[in-house]
Structures are given as structure tokens and as C-alpha cells.
Design a protein around this ligand. Structure first.
Ligand code: NAP
Length: 473
């Protein structure tokens, strides 16, 4: 059985799940299709009420949900509680705003009559999600698409099956109809088969480039729409006049949050030379203060990584980086605990031909670069195949924003920690993917923006003017 909860703190196999059969997939597709037909006649407002109930149920079961997530993938319980609350906030926001966003939009036109764009559902969606935020990743797709009326089939990561199932159960228990979100323990081939099926009209994936390429190519072959939320190597730029107390408060959190396993973790610190030594000292000090331990214990501040393999892969990447000339200024020592802990590590002297310069390290490893001009900082930030997010610290936030606008990514925060809220679009460019989740942009990702032009009678002038390609005579 591929789907297993293995607690990365104790290494205990907690629960195994049987793979979905082809028959179960077929049933889920048909239930989804029937629900899509039913949703067409249901006012959006009614789904808003259900989505508010989903938010309430999530809050009611917050601690059980948070605990399941911590046991699945090791996240600190306090961080898991934050993730659960964010899911409720997202559900409430779409419940409150979707009706307005999905209203027909009048189009100003010189056409005879009136024109409007209506927003319709398109069909069942295939949702493929990663383990690092097991609930939030579901909710980013579920909330807007539930409001639109697109039923969803979820294939979650093989190491977070319990979180996937409990969230699907909570949504159902809150009153969402069967088929609104069906969690299945699918193989990759079944994901492809679902995408090929005519009842499925789109696929949303969050994960690696490897997963993204597989799902996007299956969808492309079948001319289905996709959104891709992929990896990142986000820059954290410290300009020469930045407030170093603020930088010190935020830099370590931005790398170690979720044990560094976040697409938008700050993975490359690009620091002006006048503050470089101070920055490295501050980061070392902050990294040295974290306390590894039981992620359910509120005193623990460093969580284990999500699996043994993830830890081993990261160690391999750090070893390769060192072999290619990187200098370890802090960390890279074993942590004497049975869980999958990786000591927070700082690397410097990473040249552009070092694999650490180009490859995402999905764990608590910071690469720090020294630059002597702002132009160099921007050029280095953009020297990446990824383009997800970033942070800029500057003495003057207006100037920080000017620098931010030159960074080739989908999101940049100036003089602050990065965060996610339902009204803010989330997504990237380059190999970080395409499309956006959350906000109005995410709301419209899988919508049929249907044009209706309405006239009382045909416009005879238009016919005479040749705007219709074929003359009926
Ligand atoms: P991953 O291997 O791509 O897994 C993500 C999901 O895709 C899992 O459910 C996985 O299933 C599935 N998958 C992988 N290959 C597939 C295939 N060929 N066909 C169908 N499904 C497939 O990603 P990961 O390495 O676990 O996750 C970390 C990555 O996600 C990092 O690169 C991170 O930066 C990125 N990420 C991006 C965002 C964003 O919003 N941009 C957010 C979070 C994470 P299995 O578990 O069964 O393999």
C-alpha cells in the first residue's frame, strides 16, 4: 500500500490505506458529473451557506485536524493550528465574496444590443496536492471551485493520507453534498485516466516540477485547462539601509517555518556587503536557538522533516554543495533524536555553477550571497529558473517596492514576512508554474467566461457591413 501515515517524529507506521480501485474512480467521476448538473440549478448563495458551515466545522475540529497533520508530516502543532485556522478564513472569504465575483459582468461594446460575461462552472476537476500544507493546499482549490459549482476529485500526497481523508470528511459532515470533494488514494496512472475522462474539465496541481510536468502534459494532450503551483527558490534581498532588527526577526523564520519545507521559504539570502557580516551573525544566532523535539510539544521550535527520504535527499544536496565549494558557516551536523531532524544549516561561497545555486533545497538550509550593488542583487535574484515569491528589506519601503517590481516572480513582500490570505493571489512564473490560486484570479481559474450578446432584433447594418463572414445569399 503506497498511502501511509508514518509519524516522522517517532518513525511509527500509524495507518495504511488501500489504493482506490478503478471501479471506485469511475463511481467518483459519475457522482461528480451528476453533482455538476445539479449545481447548475443551485444559486451560488446556497453554496455560500454550506461553505460557512465548512469553516465553522473546521474551527470546531481544529485541534483534531492539527494533530492529524502533525502526525502525518511532522509540522509543529502550533503551525498546524495556524494552517487550520487559515483554511477556515479562506472558506469564509469565498463564502462571502464569490457571489459578487461570479455575477455577470456587463461589457461596454459598440455591438448592437447589450453584452455580458457570465461565469459558469465547467465540470469535474482533478486536484493533485502535496504534503507540506496538507489542508491549506486543498482549501485553496476547494473553496473557490465549490462556489463556482465544479465538483472535485482529490489525489493527495502518499504520506499525508490521514489529513486528506479527515479534511474530506469534515467538508462532507459540514453539509457539502457527496462528490463536492472526493478524496481517493490514486495511482499516477489513475490520475492520468481521470484527466483523460470527458467528465473532467481541468486539473490543479501543487507540487514539484516532476509532478507538474506529468499532470500538465496529460492535460495538454487532452486539451484540458491546468493551474500549476510548483517549486521556488525565493530571494530574500537585504538592501544597504535595511532595518537590521526587523531583518533579524524575520529572516530565520522565513527559512525555518514548516522546517523549511515551503515553496515560498526564503531559500536565497542576497545581502549587501555593508550589512553582510552582521546578517550572517544574526542568522547563525537565530538558527542556534531553535529547539528540536516532539512537534506536538508547544516548546519545540524545530520540527522533523516530513520523511526519512526527504532528510536523506537534503543531506545529499548539502554534501554536493560542499563538494562544489560551498562553505558551511553553521549547522550540517546530526541531531541525536530518532525523528527525521535536519540541523538548520547556512551555506556561503555558493558559485553560480554550484548545484545549490540552481536546485531547490526543500528543508532548513539557507544559502547566503554577498553583493555590492542593488543591480547585482536584482540580477542575482533573477538568475533562477524559478519565479515564485520573494522578500525585499529596504530602509524606505517605496524604494523596496521599486526593487520588488524588478524581481521576476509572482509575489514579493517588502519589509515584512511573507504570508497568504484569501484576497491575495498566490502563484508564480517561469518554472514555478502558471495560473493563480486565491483572490478573484483564483476564483476564475476554472470558470467558463461565457459571452452573451442580447439584441431585440438582428442588426441589419452589421450584416450589410460584412461583419458576418458568410453572406447568406
Ligand atoms: P510532488 O512529488 O510533485 O508531489 C505533489 C503531488 O503530486 C503528490 O500528491 C504526488 O503524489 C503527486 N504526483 C507526483 N508525481 C505525479 C505524477 N506523475 N502523476 C500524478 N501525480 C503525481 O511534490 P513534492 O516534492 O512532494 O512537494 C514539494 C514541492 O512542491 C516543492 O517543489 C515545493 O516548492 C512545491 N510546492 C509548491 C507550492 C506552490 O504553491 N507553488 C506549494 C507547496 C509546495 P505522491 O505523493 O503519491 O508522489
Amino acid at each position: 500500500m503506497a498511502y501511509k501515515t508514518i509519524n516522522p517524529y517517532t518513525n511509527e507506521v500509524v495507518k495504511e490505506y488501500s489504493n482506490t480501485t478503478d471501479q471506485e474512480l469511475e463511481e467518483a467521476l459519475q457522482i461528480g458529473k451528476n453533482l455538476y448538473e445539479k449545481f447548475k440549478t443551485q444559486p451560488v448563495k446556497e453554496r455560500g451557506k454550506i461553505l460557512h458551515d465548512v469553516a465553522a466545522k473546521i474551527r470546531e475540529q481544529a485541534d483534531e485536524l492539527a494533530r492529524a497533520c502533525t502526525i502525518d508530516m511532522g509540522k509543529l502543532f502550533t503551525e498546524a493550528q495556524g494552517e487550520v485556522e487559515l483554511c477556515a478564513i479562506i472558506a469564509d472569504w469565498f463564502a462571502d465574496h464569490s457571489e459578487e465575483m461570479l455575477k455577470p459582468e456587463p461589457v461596454e461594446t459598440s455591438a448592437h444590443g447589450t453584452a455580458e460575461i457570465q461565469h459558469h462552472a465547467t465540470g469535474v476537476l482533478m486536484m493533485v496536492e502535496p504534503w507540506n500544507f496538507p489542508y491549506y493546499q486543498i482549501m485553496r482549490v476547494f473553496a473557490p471551485n465549490f462556489m463556482v459549482g465544479n465538483p472535485m476529485i482529490l489525489k493527495h500526497a502518499s504520506n499525508t493520507p490521514t489529513s486528506a481523508q479527515v479534511m474530506a470528511d469534515v467538508i462532507l459532515e459540514a453539509g457539502a453534498p457527496k462528490g463536492a470533494l472526493t478524496n481517493l488514494f490514486m495511482t499516477y496512472d489513475q490520475v492520468t485516466a481521470a484527466i483523460e475522462d470527458s467528465r473532467v474539465q481541468g486539473a490543479a496541481l501543487t507540487g514539484s516540477e516532476r509532478g507538474g510536468e506529468a499532470v500538465a502534459s496529460a492535460a495538454g494532450k487532452n486539451l484540458k485547462k491546468t493551474t500549476m503551483e510548483l517549486g521556488g527558490m525565493d530571494p530574500f534581498i537585504v538592501l544597504d539601509d535595511a532595518n537590521m532588527d526587523d531583518v533579524s526577526n524575520i529572516a530565520w523564520r522565513s527559512r525555518l517555518y514548516n522546517a523549511g519545507q515551503e515553496c515560498t521559504s526564503s531559500k536565497r539570502f542576497i545581502v549587501m556587503e555593508n550589512v553582510y557580516d552582521e546578517f550572517v551573525e544574526q542568522l547563525k544566532e537565530s538558527f542556534s536557538k531553535v529547539k528540536p523535539g516532539d512537534p506536538l510539544d508547544p516548546k519545540t521550535t524545530l520540527a522533523p522533516m516530513n520523511t526519512k527520504k526527504a532528510k536523506e535527499d537534503l543531506q545529499e544536496q548539502v554534501d554536493e554543495a560542499i563538494n562544489a565549494g560551498a562553505k558551511v558557516v553553521y549547522g550540517n551536523e546530526p541531531i541525536d533524536l530518532p525523528g527525521q531532524f535536519f540541523m538548520p544549516t547556512i551555506l556561503t561561497n555558493v558559485d553560480r555553477d554550484n548545484p545549490a545555486h540552481t536546485t531547490e533545497m526543500f528543508g532548513p538550509v539557507a544559502v547566503v550571497y554577498k553583493v555590492s550593488t542593488e543591480e547585482e542583487a536584482i540580477e542575482l535574484a533573477n538568475d533562477s529558473s524559478y519565479g515564485l515569491g520573494g522578500i525585499v528589506f529596504a530602509g524606505d519601503s517605496e524604494h523596496g517596492a521599486e526593487v520588488a517590481s524588478q524581481i521576476e516572480t509572482g509575489m514579493v513582500f517588502v519589509n515584512d514576512f511573507r504570508y497568504s490570505l484569501p484576497e491575495l493571489p498566490f502563484g508564480g512564473v517561469k518554472r514555478s508554474g502558471y495560473g493563480r490560486e486565491m483572490s478573484r484570479l483564483g476564483q476564475m481559474a476554472f470558470v467558463n467566461e461565457k459571452l452573451i450578446v442580447k439584441a431585440d432584433r438582428p442588426d441589419m447594418n452589421n450584416l450589410a457591413g460584412g461583419l458576418i463572414a458568410t453572406d447568406p445569399e
